[in-house]
Ligand binder design. Sequence first.
Ligand code: PEP
Ligand code: MG
Length: 873
Amino acid sequence: MSAKWVYFFGKDRTEGDGKNKNLLGGKGAGLAEMTSIGIPVPPGFTITTEACVQFYKDNKNYPAGLWDQVLAALATLETAMGKKFGDIENPLLVSVRSGARVSMPGMMDTVLNLGLTDESVKGLAKSSGNERFAYDSYRRFIQMFSDVVLGIGHHQFEHILKDMKNARGVKEDTELNAADMKELVEKYKTLVLSEIGRQFPQDPKEQLKYAIDAVFDSWNNQRAKTYRKINKMSDDWGTAVNVQSMVFGNMGDDCGTGVAFTRDPSTGEKVFFGEYLVNAQGEDVVAGIRTPEPIAKLQTAMPEVFGQLEEVYKKLENHYKDVQDIEFTIERGTLYMLQTRTGKRTARAAVKIAYDMVQEGLIDKRTAVLRVAPEQVDQLLHPMIDTSIKYDIIAKGLPASPGAAVGKAVFSAEDAESWAAQGEKVILVRAETSPEDIGGMHAAQGILTATGGMTSHAAVVARGMGKCCVAGCGAIRINEHQRLFTASGVTIKEGDILTINGSTGEVIVGAAKLIEPELSGEFAEILTWADTFRTLGVRANADTPHDSQVAREFGAEGIGLCRTEHMFFDGNRIDAVREMILADNEEGRRKALAKVKPYQKEDFLGLFTAMEGLPVTIRLLDPPLHEFIPHNDEEIDRVAKASGVSAEHLKAKATELHEFNPMLGHRGCRLGLTYPEIYEMQVYAIFEAACELVKQGKVVKPEVMIPLVGSYKELEILKDMTNEVAQETIARYGVKLDYLVGTMIELPRAALTANEIAEHAQFFSFGTNDLTQTTLGVSRDDAGKFLPIYVEKGIFKEDPFVSIDVSGVGQLVEMGVSKGRSVRPDLKTGICGEHGGDPDSIAFCQKAGLNYVSCSPFRVPVARLAAAHAALK
Ligand code: PEP
Ligand code: MG
């Protein structure tokens, strides 16, 4: 017995489990599920994803039993429909569509009207009583099949169609009559013959086999691969193939086809939302070829159908307890559902829908939190246009995906990619986008299209990417050839800066002022729900009172990393810092440091005050000293004058401080050990500030952190120094103050000897930026030249500086935690590298048993949500 590869769905018999998306694909599962809950779906069958996987394993051959099972399901379908494949009286026609477990809109191929031949087209003409319709369907089929299966470009067919329209002196396809359609069919077939050297296939079963092959093949076409890479989907899943009996939306004005969402996917508003086209077939709506009507119009045009549709969408939402994205066709006044799937939505909509559904009692808070993807809410934290300023608005399109984007206009996806690779921010301007544009859309800041609706390719894909998009902006006239567009008499050429507002649809000349978002309303509420589920703490990396304030507003529970070097650059103090560096001996350094100290103390007063009793981790000076002195002649002259030394002296000092490999050079605790007076000054400033505030009755929780420790001895010396200064200061102020002294774990040796180090550290904070750099031997500053290629070649699944290298660096983190806790069970552990704001890395931190993550202030909400997901999953 061969395995079961094919699952039938139909009113009287549905074999597949509608919950099993992995096996049936999203589309197949939805069709099975809708059928079984009594929603009108044209019957058909699904070839499983497992069959596709096996097909690839067997060198693109059908697994044993597959074709027989297809033929058996086809026979069942013929019986169910009372029609026969290829019949000359009343032929069965089918659509053949892909359907992976996670939807990949427009990425793979589809064939409609399959089963039409020179013979069966006559049957279709008879059974429909409409010859024009039959031949129109046939010529569409020849074109689609030839494009997808035979590899003959669709433009060649469009050429013939255009010539025909010109010859007849008409504009629209609909103005061509049955005889014209017949002639088109003949011309198309002649084209096929000349292109492939044989006749267009006239055996419907052969057509079916070809189409199934093509769908299997499309799993590995370039755009599908790119889409999977961007969306972190596995190449191993394979696609299902859905073969479904055709219903026709193009048989007249009582027919149509549409797509809709059960709630607004852009705002999350609880309104039925969608578009339809009268007398149209299949892909016409999604492809953005004709601009469709809003669904509300259907209510007056076909009230009965609209009523049925309303019933269906309510039933579906209640069944799935989530927003559904549906496709339907109306054939002569009867409604058929062709697809239902979980609706993709913007972050804003995700939040509103999750919140509303809890209020409506559809889902619980746990589900609501899991419905909002951490990666996605980053969108809500992106800048919006400051509307208090007047802008030069030259056009308005559809607000297809919210947010705002500023960039230089480019007119092709390739340009978007290459300009972005050069570091340019670009807006991709297209008449409409197609799946081939996926790479360029990803690279662009935002997307502007001239045609297509809210469910056009550009709109759907941009929303999924969380990218700002203005679609269907009919007011812009694009000249792709000259690389420009005009609107309201203004010409925007390639490279000109423009702004688009995906929330209003406005197109603005020049760069608009963007404002920072704030956290409020339903989003804030969902985050407080998330907080009840998470066990990881969330802190922020912040160096100023302002950043600390922002971080607290976003819900940070402390500062996990204050990089004190950033304070050294501020205002006048840089002069004193430079004086310290230029000094020839300890005495000179101490004199200069005495000038820096009051500034440092001010800094810490500000930080502690802003954090109001929350823990504040302050890292002592980390970067090599040469970073503070100027290197170009002009700057050297200026600084020389200001510090009263000669330019020569300054240059000599710069040469003296030069290092071949500064990242592995005189930095971190090595500075504290060679110039103890620097760290001493910092520790005094920390504790004097803290004691002063304690004296005023405030709560302060300083945590002093020593960077780049590789040996416990380094930490031992610097910890003793810190404790001495702290105790002396606390005694001097006569206050009671608890504090911690700990270290960063950012060198492999520190992780390997974490048990020794933990004897001297009250906390560990994993500096995964340096830990990644030193573990991989990959410079954080120079990796840009090869890392993207490494990711492309699959050597790294992702940039290891963005998402933690779990199998390598991750081992060191786990080792650090367990070795550290083996000697100090209450050792507090956190992470403060960039990974602290990355959802996948946060999931890893949860598993590794860290106490908290620390990330940039704007990532704090993302981290709160990701930590909740990590705990719940
Ligand atoms: C780190 O190395 O991960 C870290 C947080 O420190 P910095 O990025 O300042 O080197
Ligand atoms: Mg570091």
